[in-house]
Design a protein around this ligand. Sequence first.
Ligand code: KIV
Ligand code: ZN
Length: 519
Amino acid sequence: MEKVFIFDTTLRDGEQAPGFSMNINEKLIVAKQLARLGVDVIESGFAASSPGDFESVQRIAEEVKGPVIATLCRAVKKDIEIGAEAVKPAERKRIHTFIATSEIHMKYKLKMDPKEVLERAVEAVRFARNFTDDVEFSAEDATRSDLDFLCKVIEEVIKAGATTVNIPDTVGYAIPSEFKEKISYIMNKVPNIDMAVVSVHCHNDLGLAVANSLAAIEAGARQVECTINGIGERAGNAALEEIVMAIHTRRDHFSLTTGIRTQEIYKTSTLVSHITGVYVQPNKAIVGKNAFAHEAGIHQHGVLENPLTYEIMRPETVGFPSSRLVLGKHSGRHALKQKLEQLGFTDLTEEQLNRVFERFKKLADKKKEVLDDDILIIAQEELLSIPVKTYELDYIHTTSGNRLLPTATVRLKRGNEILQDSAIGDGPVDAAYKALDSITGIQGKLTSYQLRAVTQGKDAVGEVTVKVKFNGVEIVGKGSSVDVIEASVKAYINAVNKYLYRKELESQGYEISLYKEAI
Ligand code: KIV
Ligand code: ZN
């Protein structure tokens, strides 16, 4: 079957959206997971946009093997030079350059006429070819561009050496049938179109990003640009998992394939949620908590008789944990290691494995059944943990009730030092956070607080995600425990530690992008 190339832009279009920032270490972890997932191209960032972005593109180019590593550049020589330098260490590298071709963008944003835009596009592609023979050109706002002008630009950039031409629906304006016609028109009208791969990049402003991408594939596009969980500017980009599973599940219709290892989808989705602190809605296709849940009795009965009655794909095909009882308090390190491997954690260090084991044992003591999702959360937390933790929780005691003044006493360890304070607040979590601020001497402003049960049942592990602003810098913190107050306190301490670690790096002269909100 013919292949559709999967171009993942989670680390560029996804990460540039407000609330989705990642630090370099986190981007590297996501990039390695994308490689395991089997994407063909990783758009690793916009190297020229900041020193922090440059560094993360370069680190990904150095360390991530398998996919092509791409960086986005405006059709500007300086951007292309910087981008080329950043992706230089990659085994396979791509420069992705773009300029807008719609009348509204050319007139009001670029203040250029169509002739100048055409020249700039051709020049940029030609210049980029000095650094790599894998050059992608994007005609920004293509779906609102004059179609014949768009065809002319595509023809000329292919002549100049573009090997992929991308037709973005930048503002999410297209309708599937109309988009399919446009792609067909381009395929028929551009004489040298067979010299390049036709790509699409759809935004989701009307909720049509995936439908538009699939319509374009039907018309002959062979690369789709997409993101994990559909994250991205405004309403996001086309969701990778939805496109891939549509092609996979309906191969009878598309007669196409992708290189994606579908069993890695769920893990990649939870990793991105975990890092960004933004969870997908329960009814989200493919990766939502309810995507494979059958509530209605008739459905349950049917599925028990034959899963295909109500399931068009099997949960295990996308790596969805079965939520079976996996391990108990008597399970050993070997069993845990095997379980972690099944869940895709094949490269944890001995030290990380030891810590996961220690936490698993503590959890198994408190909770009868330790489920796949519990293990997944612990392992992801360890994978993402920062190397220096200034504060550790030693003890927490809170009182609250509908006729009590909520109070909290918190004791922390800093090296050999024990630090303790108490506070009152609007609730036990508020009181604990006040006590923490007083101990650390750093005032944090809580901008977001989310609590979710990792699994079902009254003894479920609660996972808390906080966003806290310290001196104007927003940091994402995570904590989990069967006790939600403890999870809340751990999440806040995690944010404090990440902030202090970031300050430490800054004082050592590491550049941290001013554009990023979170470490
Ligand atoms: O949406 C868009 O047009 C883009 C391009 C830069 C590819 O992200
Ligand atoms: Zn975009």
